[in-house]
Design a protein around this ligand. Structure first.
Ligand SMILES: Cc1cc2nc3c(=O)[nH]c(=O)nc-3n(C[C@H](O)[C@H](O)[C@H](O)COP(=O)(O)OP(=O)(O)OC[C@H]3O[C@@H](n4cnc5c(N)ncnc54)[C@H](O)[C@@H]3O)c2cc1C
Length: 413
């Protein structure tokens, strides 16, 4: 499968997947058929481009509705909304991300101190636990930068309940290796498996379920002997994360960007096309910090996808707007770059809770305070995030209305 970190590759992948986005997806999406060279036919594998903002959820939904009815593609549409839901949920409880980072740092330090833990962690990360299925996925994660959703659920469950390792260490391994690594989807999915997201409701991997849904892999069904049984208890935590009020920007207008401005592209908004910019920038700034996702080194697929997405996005924006482009690394002075280009303002694609915001915000906050930053957010995120208050149901029941409100409709029957 072509995983080039470009918009062209994303659009090609979307076009190739579209015929399968209806009934086929609903009926076959749970099967983990392994990493086939031509790509898995049953799922889109669009997540790396969606995370990097190379392609946007609204255009994916529109394309799907061009070939399928809303009912026919209901399942796929719901999954795309899961991503938006998780973003909105974390945005209203950013302390979950901060606590995850603190907890992860503590757990990494504990590995250094404790030889037994170090051995167990090393075996899990290197795929030497003796649980065939888990070991296959551990290697597949590193070798391909992707795991099927069901494999992620089983992997996280075995990590937490059978291997009894700290969930934050597992979430960190995913963030370091997944090309689609996302602070919201990853942290909240690990918490969901653990029984922390929906309190008291955890996900227990079962060998028969794994064998059933991995039967289509080239090597045959994966075995998973010795998994934790039904007696495994969900994790608990003392904190109760209160929801904080969202403060979302209004839709940016041409008047907001009437003076020369710079468009800042970052690791979660690496391409201008999904941003629907209301005016033409005088400068494009590429501000990548994919290494900020973990104190440990990140995997080669994750690193090259993130770096490549931003490099190609910056080059395509500079060409589209016929303007210069510069690289900026957070921590380096930003004001001289702006002054040199004669720009006063920055158009900043929204920085959701996560490592990109952590890395860039200290430098951008003073400009925000001076009123020099115009934040860009899609209508779909602005409409959906406020509904991500508790469980997914609050979003699920509003999906049709949200798409109509945001002009997402198709010509399909
Ligand atoms: C433990 C765990 C960790 C995860 N970590 C990440 C992560 O870091 N980044 C990430 O993008 N997804 C994550 N997911 C969600 C999901 O596994 C992936 O989004 C999905 O497997 C991507 O493959 P796809 O593009 O073929 O998905 P498809 O099935 O084709 O779905 C289309 C799109 O919908 C979204 N989506 C699908 N399923 C989910 C889901 N369960 N939750 C949120 N969004 C979803 C994705 O953007 C995906 O590209 C995680 C799930 C689990 C259980």
């Amino acid at each position: 499968m072509d995983t080039a970190p470009t918009r062209e590759a994303a659009l090609a992948r979307l076009a190739a997947f579209l015929p399968a986005a209806g009934r086929r997806y609903a009926e076959t999406r749970n099967a983990d058929d392994g990493p086939l060279p031509e790509g898995r036919g049953n799922v889109s594998q669009l997540s790396p481009w969606l995370h990097a903002g190379v392609i946007g959820a609204p255009e994916v939904l529109k394309a799907v509705l061009g070939q399928h009815s809303p009912r026919g593609a209901e399942k796929f549409i719901a999954e795309v909304f899961w991503r938006i839901y998780f973003k909105g949920y974390l945005e209203q409880r950013p302390a979950i991300w901060d606590d995850y980072c603190k907890g992860r740092n503590g757990a990494l330090a504990a590995i250094e101190r404790n030889a037994g833990l170090r051995t167990a962690y090393g075996q899990a990360v290197e795929g030497r636990t003796g649980i065939e299925a888990f070991d296959v996925w551990a290697r597949e994660l590193v070798e391909t930068g992707y795991l099927h959703n069901h494999a992620r659920m089983w992997f996280a469950s075995i990590w937490i309940f059978t291997l009894k390792l700290d969930w934050r260490l597992g979430a960190d391994v995913f963030l370091r290796h997944l090309m689609d690594a996302d602070a919201a989807s990853n942290t909240l999915s690990w918490r969901w498996v653990a029984g922390l997201h929906t309190k008291g409701k955890h996900y227990l991997a079962r060998a028969d379920n794994i064998a059933r849904y991995t039967a289509g892999r080239p090597e045959g069904a994966l075995a998973a002997a010795g998994l934790a049984g039904d007696e495994a208890e969900p994790l608990t935590e003392p904190q109760d994360y209160a929801r904080q009020k969202l403060d979302l920007p209004a839709r940016a207008t041409a008047a907001d960007l009437a003076q020369p401005f710079a468009l800042l592209l970052h690791d979660e908004a690496a391409h201008h096309a999904p941003l629907a910019l209301p005016a033409v920038p005088a400068l494009v700034i590429g501000a990548g910090r994919p290494d900020a996702r973990s104190p440990h080194a990140i995997g080669s697929h994750a690193r090259s996808f993130a770096a490549g997405a931003l490099a190609s996005g910056v080059a395509e924006a500079a060409a589209a707007f016929a303007c210069p482009a510069v690289k900026w690394r957070a921590g380096e002075p930003l004001a001289p770059l702006l002054a040199q280009a004669g720009v006063e303002r920055i158009a900043l694609p929204y920085l959701p809770a996560g490592w990109t915001r952590d890395a860039l915000w200290p430098d951008l906050a003073p400009l925000v305070a001076e009123g020099r930053v115009v934040t860009l957010l899609t209508d779909l995120d602005r409409a959906t995030w406020p509904l991500a208050k508790a469980g997914f149901f609050g979003v699920a029941k509003a999906i049709d209305g949200l798409m109509a409100e945001c002009g997402i409709a198709g010509a399909a029957r």
